[in-house]
Design a protein. Sequence first.
Length: 253
Amino acid sequence: MPRLALSVSLSWLLCIALASGAKAISFADGLTHTVDSAYVSVEVSDGPGPSTTTVHVEDGAAVLAQFTATDSSVVNINGGMVGGMGFDGGSTLSMSGGAVGGRLFLHGSSSADIGGGEISHLDPRGLSTVNISGGVLSTLWTGDNSTVTMSGGTFSRYEPGHLERRVQAYDSSTIVMVGAGFEVDGIPVPYGDVTALSGTLTGTLLSGESFHAEFRQGGGFHTGTITLVPEPTTALLLGIGLGGLALRRRLSA
């Protein structure tokens, strides 16, 4: 979703929350809950034992401020609108729909599996891991020792006058792009680590979705990397080709 549309949605979310007298709520009982109405904020953590608390966010949900998850809690977003999210500890996110209009922040050893929906700003840190197979992102910034693998999804359309880079890999983080036809500034590049520190990265992901993103990686004391990996079919063909070349060399030796 374009940044303007997300800001408009957040305005509506505020109106809904205020009009409904929304309150803050906390889930820490090791049970399964559904959020499908308006709240000022939501907190999810383990219950006694500890036992895992699971929360499903569905259509009709409107969380004005922060939605936080810690410990080994599980959050599934299938619909609704959340202002911002924070995950820590070993918490887990699964997202197939809905929208996060603010920052989606991951820290600790938290993880996320994103197959749909819309995210304004995805910001994994610590040792967090993220797998993206669908959905729409506005920006993706990684830091610390986090790892993001993107085999699907795309980035929201470019907005004239908006200079913010879509993709940034800092510290010792890694962003892996799985697909084919990768180019940097219009020039085809091989698989492996991207050598340019910044530019425009384009290509077609494993899902068949094309993307266009301004990027920056590493530089100075940062060692963050963006790595391009072939889709399985391409990798198989490359393997067959290399295997054939090796065989011919042995036969001619």
